[in-house]
Design a protein around this ligand. Sequence first.
Ligand code: FES
Ligand code: FES
Length: 163
Amino acid sequence: MEKITVRFTLNKEPVEVEVYPNERLLDVLRDDLHLTGTKEGCAVGECGACTVILDGKAVTSCLVPIGSVEGRKVVTIEGVGANGHLDPIQNAILKNHALQCGFCTPGFIMSAKALLDENPDATIQEIRRAISGNLCRCTGYEQLTIAIYEAAQELKKADNTKI
Ligand code: FES
Ligand code: FES
């Protein structure tokens, strides 16, 4: 198999990589682009540790062949937050002590961000559904759910003050 050039947008910047088309997006992010915030847990799409946002949807990057990413938009945990400030989801996770080892945290944040970007009025049930593909073996899910709900309220408040 020949290497190909794949061009896509990564965290709002254009990138170009020379890769085999069946390489996993997860490996290209971590090994070629040195963005190691995206984690590898199960490698079979079950744990959510490798979640990134692809064209607005949360996906498990261990199941995405890089060849399918041509021309698309990818956001990783490194693209969350701006100008040295944490995103409201990150702040709420810290405030609610919703992490311990932190291995699962980037994946949860990406799933939550994809949800709140699309639906800032997300209910607790919708939050639970959005993070149902993310596994955490230390903290449990209640604090994470509360944190994401609080972040949604924060985002709505910030949005209302813009009017
Ligand atoms: S490493 Fe991709 S879902 Fe577990
Ligand atoms: S905080 Fe350790 S796996 Fe979730």
